[in-house]
Every structure is written in structure tokens, then in C-alpha cells.
Write a protein that binds this ligand. Structure first.
Ligand SMILES: NC(=O)c1ccc[n+]([C@@H]2O[C@H](COP(=O)([O-])OP(=O)(O)OC[C@H]3O[C@@H](n4cnc5c(N)ncnc54)[C@H](OP(=O)(O)O)[C@@H]3O)[C@@H](O)[C@H]2O)c1
Length: 246
């Protein structure tokens, strides 16, 4: 019988969940590599060896899995990082590498919430309507372009890094901050900027939920963008579930 090799994990990161996963792997002494896309200027330090940058599509990832002797892949990317998750499913199928996603539950509306669900950023633009509004656009930097179609609104953005290029929105201001955020802080932000409507992605998770609770407290409407499609794959909701799977 061939002896079982000790696991060597590739952890696809960039989220609070991935940081918790990295801590658990490091504490358990599991050999693992943490992978960042390299989108932010100052990525959070991790208790694991870190690699930064794309792999070169599903094929590039498959080659990496083989070259690095990866035995398990944990996809703890953001629920809106769908391209990376699709590539992970493909590459793991091609290399027969076991895959699990560590993914937050989507948020569900509760009493007092005034949510409109839309399938994508273009749907959010349509839902904002024609009349100018003061909008908290809490969707990060990458999908701002869709809102250039509605330049009449005033947009408040919250970004991890200061923008390096002019924003595609004529009436916009950016606050630079990295989550997790608090309800009190987000209530103050919404009030200080006289926000009338919030546009957010249905990311799920505790750290980004503060704005939704703050919106409920202030009676503000929220336009919530649904998660993009990713293929079926095993999903864990907690770090402990992933550790048991390993
Ligand atoms: N999208 C969001 O709203 C959001 C929010 C918070 C954090 N993040 C984090 O930001 C990163 C990028 O997100 P995204 O939405 O741009 O992803 P994406 O659109 O799904 O991915 C685009 C490409 O970026 C590379 N990539 C993405 N995540 C990577 C990772 N963890 N390690 C190495 N390469 C990665 C891959 O390039 P190749 O094809 O060359 O391999 C991928 O094809 C992810 O780590 C994600 O967890 C995203």
C-alpha cells in the first residue's frame, strides 16, 4: 500500500474567511500556501507562505497545482470573485485535486429592510432611476464603470486603496477604509454624507453587514446585487468544516 502523503493546501484568499482559514491551518501545522490576486497595495500579512498574482487561467492553475504538489484546494475567495472560482473548479477537475469552497451565507432581508434585488451592476443602475440621488456605492473599485451610465447621481465610494486613476463618475467622492466595519460607524457615514440609497453586493459575512444594519436603522433603501454564477462544488460554511474535510 502507498503511504498517504501529508496534505499540501493551496488557499485562495483575499477575504476575512481566508484569514481565519490561514490561522487554523498554521495552528494545526498543515503545510499550505496562501494566494492573493494582488489587487490591493498592502495585503494583510498571513501566518502562511504567501504567493501573489494570477495563475494564468484554469490551465495556469492546473500547472501550478501539479508543479507545487498541491493535494487540496480551499477556495476562500469572495463570492463575487467568480472567475477565480470557476477556474478552480476546472483546474481541480483536470488534476483530480480535491476542492472545497469556504463561502459565507448570502444575506437575507429581515424586518424593516427595504431591499431591491438586482442580478448585476447594470440592474442596479436601472433601479436607481433617473432622478438624481445621493448613493453609497459600496461595491469596491472593479465594477464602477457600469455606473458611468448614470452620471446624474452623487456617489460616495468606499475603497481599500486611494484611486490611482480618475474615477469614471463625475460626481463622486471616495473614503479610504478597510473592513470589518461597525454599525455605529456606518450609520455616521450614511448620515454625514446625507445618503439616500445604498448599492451593495450580496457578499454575506459579518464585517460588511454593518452598512445594511445601518440602512435599516435609518430607514434607507438598499439595492442588492445578486451573486454571480459559479459551478456546483462542495461548500463549507465554517473553518472547522474545512479542517474536518482535510
Ligand atoms: N470581487 C469582489 O467583490 C471582492 C471583494 C473582496 C475581496 N475580493 C478578493 O479580491 C481578489 C480578486 O477578486 P476578483 O473579483 O477580481 O476575482 P475574479 O474576477 O474572480 O478573478 C480574476 C482573476 O484574478 C486572479 N485571481 C483572483 N483571485 C485570486 C487569488 N486569490 N489568487 C490568485 N489569483 C487570483 C485570477 O487570475 P488568473 O486567471 O490569471 O489566475 C482570476 O482569473 C480575490 O482574492 C477575492 O477574494 C474580491
Amino acid at each position: 500500500m502507498t503511504p498517504l502523503l501529508p496534505p499540501r493546501v493551496l488557499l485562495l484568499g483575499g477575504t476575512t474567511e481566508a484569514a481565519a482559514m490561514a490561522r487554523a491551518l498554521a495552528e494545526a501545522g498543515v503545510e499550505a500556501v496562501y494566494s492573493y490576486a494582488g489587487r490591493t497595495g498592502s495585503p494583510v500579512a498571513q501566518p502562511l507562505p504567501v504567493r501573489i498574482g494570477g495563475f494564468g487561467g484554469a490551465e495556469g492553475l492546473a500547472a501550478y497545482l501539479r508543479a507545487e504538489g498541491i493535494t487540496h484546494l480551499v477556495d476562500a475567495t469572495h463570492p463575487f470573485a467568480a472567475q477565480m472560482s470557476r477556474n478552480a473548479v476546472k483546474a481541480c477537475a483536470a488534476t483530480q485535486t480535491p476542492l472545497i469552497a469556504l463561502e459565507r451565507e448570502p444575506w437575507q432581508a429581515g424586518e424593516g429592510d427595504r431591499w431591491t434585488h438586482v442580478p448585476d451592476p447594470a440592474g442596479a443602475v436601472a433601479a436607481l432611476g433617473q432622478a438624481p440621488q445621493r448613493v453609497f456605492l459600496a461595491i469596491g473599485r472593479q465594477t464602477l464603470d457600469a455606473f458611468a451610465a448614470a452620471p446624474q447621481h452623487h456617489y460616495l465610494l468606499r475603497l481599500v486603496d486611494p484611486p490611482t486613476e480618475p474615477l469614471p463618475l463625475p460626481l463622486a467622492e471616495a473614503v479610504i477604509a478597510r473592513g470589518p466595519f461597525t454599525v455605529a460607524g456606518d450609520r455616521a457615514l450614511l448620515s454625514d454624507h446625507r445618503i439616500e440609497v445604498i448599492v451593495a453586493k450580496n457578499a454575506g459575512g459579518a464585517g460588511a453587514e454593518a452598512k445594511l444594519v445601518a440602512a435599516r436603522d435609518l430607514g434607507l433603501p438598499v439595492i442588492l446585487i445578486d451573486r454571480p454564477w459559479v459551478p456546483d462544488r462542495p461548500v463549507a460554511r465554517t473553518v472547522a468544516e474545512v479542517m474536518a474535510w482535510l
